[in-house]
Design a protein. Sequence first.
Length: 132
Amino acid sequence: MPGNPELHENIHKSFVGAIRENTYSATTKDGGYSVEYSDLPGLAVDLAGSGTILDKAKAGVLKDNGGAETSFNSISLRKHPGKELSFQIPGKDSGKARFFLVEKRLYVLVATSSNLVHVETFLNSFKLLQGR
């Protein structure tokens, strides 16, 4: 991650229980970068399914960044389902986000910058540790 990331921890209440979000974020002169992971209750994954969870994560990223969706495509990380979102922030930078559901853990990577090479480098640097 570029720069020195800051950790932000939040707990959200949902109808299936508390969800803890851990977000590491850094801002540089050319943009913002973050990696978030949330451990979801098993019931949430079973009831909602991966599609709904990834769609809700997309809605959150667009809302948090004030962005408008330009594309939303299926991707994967190893055998795990994912989505890639491209978005435009009016009057500002463009952004990309990737979402992966790995068992009961949701990963959300977000990069906003006018430098698309930096965005792709950041997003492509994400790897799962052995055993996941």
